[in-house]
Design a protein around this ligand. Structure first.
Ligand SMILES: [Zn+2]
Length: 144
């Protein structure tokens, strides 16, 4: 039987939220991925911060970044916690977005067969409860 990657328990994880990143976490509550883009020069500003790294202005708009794809990943084998329990794998992954140059988001790829994971594969993002927010988690999307 093929072992699919593990979904971690985020319930004790405290997300560091500040005034600049809050719209990202608020978007997650409705299942939406939004990224900050400079109003003046259209440079994406991620991690979110007070000034555009390119033109140093402040106005920002939050936009959908397009299709997420695996940019990089690693497979960490996990032994079963109890004798007889099946081993699994954790797959930390970095994703890029088709319409947000330079933006990378890190989380874990869950419920994936390790042998089927590849750079460039389209990813769906779902949101899982953490201590003070919901956090993005990746799954393999149907190729389209
Ligand atoms: Zn700018």
């Amino acid at each position: 039987m093929t072992q699919r990657s593990i979904t971690p328990d985020f319930s004790a994880f405290e997300v560091p939220i500040d005034v600049w990143s809050e719209p990202f976490w608020e978007g997650g509550k409705t299942g939406e991925v939004r990224m900050p883009r400079c109003v003046h020069c259209a440079t994406f500003r991620w991690p979110a911060g007070p000034f555009c790294p390119k033109c140093r202005t402040q106005p920002v708009e939050w936009v959908q970044p397009g299709q997420a794809r695996i940019y990089s990943f690693t497979i960490l084998p996990v032994r079963g916690a109890d004798p007889g329990e099946a081993p699994g794998a954790r797959i930390p992954a970095l994703v890029s977005f088709d319409e947000a140059p330079g933006v990378r988001l890190v989380s874990v790829l869950v419920d994936a067969e390790p042998a089927s994971v590849a750079i460039g594969a389209p990813i769906a993002i779902t949101w899982h409860p953490a201590a003070n927010a919901v956090v993005p988690v990746f799954t393999l999307a149907d190729p389209s």
